[in-house]
Design a protein around this ligand. Structure first.
Ligand code: GDP
Ligand code: MN
Length: 390
């Protein structure tokens, strides 16, 4: 998935005719001062950190300001700060709207019904997860007909808008569907869709494009330019590698297990910062490459959490041991390897001096202890290798 930052999402909304307040992206207080002095953005205005995670409003990463100096100060307060693991590099200055009501509108792909799903709520602004189910209208869309008139009427009824805004809404829903279909989106979300006077304005945009369709959207390829040098290198080699600025390296297989591993590490108070998804690879060469990449990212400790399914534990373990010989990591490793051919896998790791835990929480606690510079007890009947040495 390719998640776009707000301002890029808004570019798409604009292109498809959705009313969006004008704005300007800046990267420093100085740039902000220039833009404001040139009248590119009038005050009062809204200062918004361009990060991928939501919930900026509550965390002070969306600020309403009345004067240019306040705007500059707000920009300076955001640039370089971290929000949910991402450093703020870009800030959007945008016209302030006088909001009468905040609505929610989105189209997403509902994988369980295998259909696009339109979601609407007259109580927008807050995150969708926080909405009570009865306040959220969900309409499955037939992919061949697209949004049809009676579905749009249902939303219009729920929103109960003045006539001019109701007309806007009708066009906005058509635009959302067009974006979803033509731009190969997985999600197009406007939250809030604001009632300003008697018209509607999209004040926020969240657009996720489908990875496998990116070849059709070369104008968004440059998104990859936002990858870190290591991420770029991994991307070129077809390795799923993400850096977000913590100290723990995570090497797992499959997106689900990788995410679960991150959750457990966070729960134990750790700061996972580099993830590498081995996917279904059983090619030791690929594991070596992945491990070398991890070494370059210089983590404090690496947690290897592997589930042996189609790719069996022993195959992965063999690849890992081979990789360690070549990569010679200078950080401690904690492993947890479970599933098909687990015994064989654990034995191979042990022979190389890497102890393997069975319990995920226990393993994670030890990883976090190592991250914090504490020493740990070795896992039952084996030792955790430091420096790759047995
Ligand atoms: P998010 O919290 O990351 O989803 O960021 P949003 O872009 O949705 O902004 C959060 C909240 O800031 C919105 O729900 C609004 O209440 C408020 N906000 C954003 N833009 C404006 C604006 O132009 N005028 C006013 N009054 N409030 C705004
Ligand atoms: Mn929002």
């Amino acid at each position: 998935m390719v998640l776009l930052r707000e301002y890029r999402g808004k570019e798409i909304l604009r292109k498809f005719g959705v009313p969006v307040p004008p704005g300007k992206v800046v990267r420093s207080g100085e740039e902000a001062a220039k833009a404001l002095a040139a009248g590119e953005v009038p005050v009062p205005c809204v200062v918004k950190a361009q990060v991928l995670a939501g919930g900026r409003g509550k965390a002070g990463f969306v600020k309403l300001v009345n004067t240019a100096p306040e705007a500059v100060q707000a920009v300076e307060g955001m640039v370089g700060k971290e929000f949910k693991g991402e450093t703020v590099r870009e800030v959007l200055l945008t016209t302030k709207a006088d909001i009468a009501r905040e609505l929610y509108l989105s189209i997403t792909l509902d994988r369980s019904s295998r259909k696009p799903l339109l979601m609407a709520s007259a109580q927008g602004g807050m995150e969708i997860e926080a909405l009570p189910a009865e306040k959220l209208l969900k309409l499955p869309i037939h992919p061949l007909t697209g949004l049809v008139a009676y579905e749009k009427r249902a939303v219009s009824k729920a929103f109960d808008l003045p006539p001019a805004a109701a007309k806007d809404l009708d066009r906005i829903m058509d635009s959302l569907w067009a974006i979803f279909e033509k731009e190969d989106a997985e999600l197009v979300e406007i939250n809030p869709l604001a009632l300003v006077g008697d018209r509607l304005l999209a004040l926020d945009a969240k657009v996720i494009l489908e990875d496998d369709a990116m070849f059709r959207h070369t104008d968004f390829q440059q998104e990859h330019g936002e990858l870190s040098p290591l991420e770029q290198k991994a991307h070129d080699k077809g390795i799923a590698f993400v850096e977000i600025g913590g100290d723990i390296g995570v090497l797992a297989n499959g997106a689900g297990l990788t995410m679960a591993t991150l959750d457990v590490l966070y729960q134990e108070g750790g700061r996972p910062g580099i993830f590498l998804d081995l996917g279904g690879t059983d090619d030791p060469k690929k594991v070596v490459e992945a491990f070398l990449m991890m070494t370059e990212a210089k983590p404090k400790v690496v947690f290897i959490n592997i589930f042996g399914g189609v790719t069996r534990c022993d195959t992965v373990a063999t690849g890992l041991v081979e990789a360690l010989k070549q990569a010679k990591p200078d950080f401690p490793l904690v492993a947890r390897i479970r599933g098909n051919n687990e015994k064989e896998g654990v034995q191979i790791l042990r022979a190389a001096g890497i102890g393997s835990y069975t319990d995920l929480a226990e393993a994670a606690r030890n990883v976090v202890a190592l991250e914090q510079g504490k020493s740990i007890a070795p896992p039952p009947a084996a030792a955790v290798a430091a420096g790759g040495a047995p």
